[in-house]
Design a protein around this ligand. Structure first.
Ligand code: SAH
Length: 217
């Protein structure tokens, strides 16, 4: 084994250890995080930092989320293998790939055409056929595919967008960061009941903003 390979294996092991020590206890989530190589989603000069528990820059001025936050959000969704999930904010595609291991179908949407195209290439390379990626303004959700068992928003909104709440099934769960986009936000878990929505605050987080409309690239 070369020194590089050795340190790569070690880095991957430390990556999983860090998740456990940050409160990720769900064995299925840990297995998904082990199966999906974050290194496939980080390109260029930051590639060698893929196994650090830190957000990293990706194309179009966006970021791939911190792995422990990806794991925490996934855990909060309590996914069932039969679930249809919608993710707003494809970004690198990493979070969608994790979801694809735990749900039946993943619909992911980003306002940057370029990010969607690049993520689709990685989904194909990793053979993840149960993910469908769309370019569009995710704040409107995907009315044609609704309703969803689970919804994950990976960009911060001032409030959970109404159209997304409307596309959540009764009994369904949505996880969304809310708050001012230039400050610390709160990650919220929303559960839809027969006649209302229940809200639970999970922790503070920092996400890029949910922006209206399509981007230029
Ligand atoms: N889940 C991603 C990280 C998301 S970063 C990952 O695993 O890598 C947030 C993403 O949300 C960015 O790519 C940004 O382009 C996207 N975004 C922001 N506003 C949006 C909107 N209204 N509709 C769709 N995507 C949006």
């Amino acid at each position: 084994m070369t020194e590089d390979e050795d340190s790569l294996a070690e880095r991957k092991m430390r990556f999983l250890y860090a998740l456990r020590s940050r409160g990720i206890t769900d064995g299925r989530v840990l297995t998904a995080m082990e199966a999906i190589d974050r290194g496939a989603f980080v390109k260029g000069i930051f590639a060698d930092r893929a196994y650090e528990d830190t957000p990293l820059p990706i194309a179009c001025g966006q970021t791939i989320s911190q792995p422990s936050i990806v794991a925490l959000m996934t855990q909060a969704l309590s996914l069932n293998p039969r679930d249809r999930v919608m993710e707003i904010g494809t970004g690198s595609g990493y979070q969608a790939a994790i979801l694809s291991q735990l749900a039946r179908r993943v619909y992911t949407i980003d306002r940057h055409r370029r990010l969607v195209r690049e993520a689709e290439e990685v989904f194909q390379a990793l053979n993840l056929p149960n993910i469908t990626a769309f370019t569009g303004d995710g704040s409107h959700g995907l009315p044609d595919q609704a309703p969803f068992d689970r919804i994950l928003v990976t960009a911060a909104a001032e409030d959970p967008p109404g159209p997304l709440l409307a596309q959540l099934k009764v009994g369904g769960i949505m996880v969304v960061p809310v708050g001012q986009t230039d400050a610390v936000q709160t990650l919220i878990k929303v559960v839809r009941t027969e006649d209302s929505f229940e809200y639970e605050e999970l922790r503070s987080v920092r996400f890029v903003p949910l922006v209206e409309g399509l981007a230029s690239e």
